[in-house]
Write a protein that binds this ligand. Structure first.
Ligand code: BGC
Length: 726
């Protein structure tokens, strides 16, 4: 007993030291930064806050070296899913696919591998992960770079990615800060958002990023309540640096700076790329020097910018032994294993009638669609993935990377068919001409359809970043109908950057299964075959709702000069629940080849009503991050095969919190279970998870009263309910 107690005390002491060390990291880094700063001239300081100009260095962003302090030419490189322009690196799965796994271990490993590759290439700052766009608009061109429409899930994914990435010694960059929700007019639009919505939806995942000690944050192109994102005092100085206690630096999105003094005085710390894309317009550099010399920008502010940049560099230990820059280094290692696992476990099975899946050595399989095969011009034929030709693995824009190889559905199915002695026939087109001849007589027909989107500087098939509609591309509905007319075992596979309306497909007789395969990157076909043949039971769950009609979302790209965010907190499932609109497939939904039962809910809580207090630590008031309640539930695999279940916890706040969404995700746990086996899902609720933002008080507040705790298999499939009281 005594030994046990001693051990507990020792463990507590070690934990306290680790926590103290963690807290000290920023302080130690800042102290080193101050020492270095004292050795720097004003020109040196100007140099490290100003990019050297577009296309002037090895990376998409570069600053000059400062020899007196052994500071290198800093390399900032896209992006969120790998090394942009790299030729020896992995094309990781997009954020949205990682989120769809709901698997924190895979998310963290993805971050670690991203970090290892960036470091291997000598990249100091990898420009990701993405929490803005959050995806309030289903058409949003860049939603796929981020982690789905729920701020809690996005926040967890941000933290896992950042901690993984930074553990390799690379600076992460949380972007795009903030309310950067559409591509249309992204460089002029104002996102006009109220304080509560800002905190509870859009700032939330950035708070997780700061809590995870993110080194840098990228301010966005759009205006926020009328003033430019990179010149917004409230967003940068007020929310990020003061309220969230962010000690790293804010770097502009590329060309998002508008004025010399406004950016400097309102919280931006580094400008990129340092000129416009024509190499002309330089807003810092000599201009910033003039502003400092004429006291329009204080010397203290310049020191603060430089100190923040140096602090992050020291925090990550980049001041010693960092590799030289080589974007083309071969750094892939075994990282494709993570790509395959995320691609596979992010697949969501939406429909599976009459057990058509998994496939069991079918005699004849027909495969249909241009997206079944790799682009005949090569998987990297289109610059920044700016085309939707052939199989789809990611959206387009600066957040895309080269594929080192690409396994399309046809490639992987061919291998499997050969092993099984299955005859595989291919209709490698989206045209309905001649398709019935290919599919009739096959045991199953697999149709692959897509919907693509990306960053607004490229227009693909008339879509200027944001999607123009939520239908499948290339008339996918007509293709599915033609196939299903000739084959009563039609399986529809969807590769998409976001939701599409499935009503036509679901109303088509003969469509037995719908496999939402998302964006699987280079392991596209392998991941699909793993699930189609039941090598793994599907375990992904939707990270956005699939509506019956586009209007049901209540949001669409704003065509005017501002977006008033009139939907407030009611985005995605928060809106469907509140407006009592039934989606086709709700947020958190996903089928398996097995069944899970839920039992034994237990709730313990020490939470007290009232505002958060406590000193500011990275991420905000310290007590927001403390666990105040724990919920457990027992999950049993009651089916026939092994599988994994994502148990989800939703909270309903008491009415003392006015106008709050009916249910909000505040916990999830993924359990892998053998048939017949049970496991315990544990959800730790932090104070922030039970709070709302009281805009009048300007504080997070736990409302007094009874909270409903719902645990289930999706946002609408609630299996257990309980309560706790504050
Ligand atoms: C994008 C950023 C990217 C930057 C550098 C911008 O167009 O919005 O996400 O990091 O370019 O390529």
């Amino acid at each position: 007993m005594t030994t046990l107690r001693n051990f507990a005390l020792l463990a507590a002491a070690v934990l306290a030291r680790v926590e103290a060390l963690e807290a000290a990291d920023w302080a130690a880094a800042e102290a080193s930064a101050k020492t270095a700063l004292a050795k720097m001239s004003q020109q040196d300081k100007i140099s490290i806050v100003t990019g050297i100009g577009w296309d002037k260095g090895p990376c998409v962003g570069n600053t000059a070296a400062i020899n007196s302090i052994n500071y290198p030419q800093l390399c900032l490189q896209d992006g969120p899913l790998g090394i942009r322009f790299g030729t020896g690196s992995t094309a990781f799965t997009p954020g949205v696919q990682a989120a769809s796994t709901w698997d924190t271990e895979l998310m963290r490993q993805r971050g670690e591998y991203l970090g290892a590759e960036a470091k291997g290439c000598g990249i100091h700052v990898l420009l990701g992960p993405v929490a803005g766009a959050l995806g309030k608009i289903p058409h949003g061109g860049r939603n796929w770079e981020g982690f789905g429409t729920d701020p809690y899930l996005a926040g967890i994914a941000m933290a896992e990615t950042i901690e993984g990435l930074q553990s390799a010694g690379v600076q992460a960059c949380a972007k795009h800060y903030i309310v950067n929700e559409q591509e249309l007019n992204r460089e002029t639009i104002s996102s006009d958002v109220d304080d509560r919505t800002m905190h509870e939806l859009y700032l939330w995942p950035f708070a997780d990023a700061v809590h995870a000690n993110v080194a840098s944050v990228m301010c966005s192109y759009n205006k926020i309540n009328g003033s430019w994102g990179c010149e917004n005092d409230h967003a940068q100085n007020g929310l990020l640096k003061k309220e969230l206690g962010f000690k790293g630096y804010v770097v502009s999105d590329w060309n998002a700076q508008h004025t010399t003094d406004g950016a400097a005085n309102n919280g931006m710390d580094m400008t990129m790329p340092g000129s416009d894309y024509n190499g002309n317009n330089v807003l810092w550099g000599p201009q910033l020097s003039n502003a400092v010399n004429s006291n329009r920008v204080s010397r203290d502010r310049l020191d603060d910018m430089a100190k923040r940049i140096l602090t992050s560099w020291y925090l990550l230990g980049q001041n010693s032994g960092y590799p030289n820059i080589n974007i083309n280094a071969n750094v892939q290692g075994n990282h494709k294993e993570n790509v395959r696992a995320v691609a596979r476990d992010g697949i969501v099975l939406l429909k599976n009638d009459e057990g058509v899946l998994p496939l069991k050595k079918p005699g004849k399989v027909a495969l249909v669609g241009s997206a079944a095969s790799v682009n005949s011009a090569g998987p990297n034929a289109c610059v920044d993935k700016g085309c939707n030709t052939g199989a789809l693995g990611m959206g387009w824009g600066s957040g895309s990377v080269n594929y080192p190889y690409f396994v399309a559905p046809y490639d992987a199915l061919k291998t499997r068919a050969q092993a099984d002695g299955t005859t595989l026939s291919l209709h490698n087109s989206d045209s309905t001409n001649g398709v019935s001849g290919v599919v009739s007589g096959a045991d199953v027909a697999i149709v692959v359809i897509t919907a693509d989107s990306g960053e607004g500087y490229i227009t693909v098939e008339g879509h200027a970043g944001d999607r123009n509609h939520l239908d499948p591309w290339h008339d996918g509905n007509a293709l599915v109908k033609a196939v299903a007319a000739a084959n009563k075992n039609t399986i529809v596979v969807v590769h998409s950057t976001g939701p599409i309306i499935l009503e036509t497909i679901l109303a088509t007789e003969g469509v037995k299964a719908v496999v939402w395969a998302g964006l699987p990157s280079q392991e596209n076909g392998n991941a699909l075959v793993d699930v189609l043949y039941g090598l793994t039971s599907p375990s992904g769950k939707l990270v956005y709702s699939i509506a019956k009609r586009p209007e049901d979302y209540g949001t669409a790209p704003s065509k005017g000069s501002n977006d008033k965010f009139t939907e407030g907190l009611f985005v995605d499932y928060r809106h469907f629940d509140n407006a009592k609109i039934e989606p086709r497939y709700e947020f958190g939904f996903g089928l398996s080849y097995t069944e899970f039962t839920y039992a034994d809910l237990s709730v313990t809580s020490t939470v007290t009503a009232g505002p958060a207090s406590g000193e500011t630590i990275p991420g905000g008031a310290a007590d927001l991050w403390e666990t105040v309640a724990t919920v457990t539930a027992s999950i049993t695999n009651s089916g026939e095969v092994e599988g994994a279940e994502v148990a989800q916890l939703y909270i309903t706040l008491p009415s003392a919190a006015p106008s709050t969404p009916p249910k909000q995700l505040r916990g999830f746990a993924k359990l892998k279970l053998e048939p017949g086996a049970s496991g315990v899902a544990t959800f730790n609720l932090r104070r922030r998870d039970l709070s709302y933002w009281d805009a009048g008080r300007g504080q997070w507040v736990v409302p007094a009263g009874e909270f409903t705790v719902s645990v289930g298999a999706s946002s609408r499939d609630v299996r257990l309910t309980g309560s706790l009281t504050a």
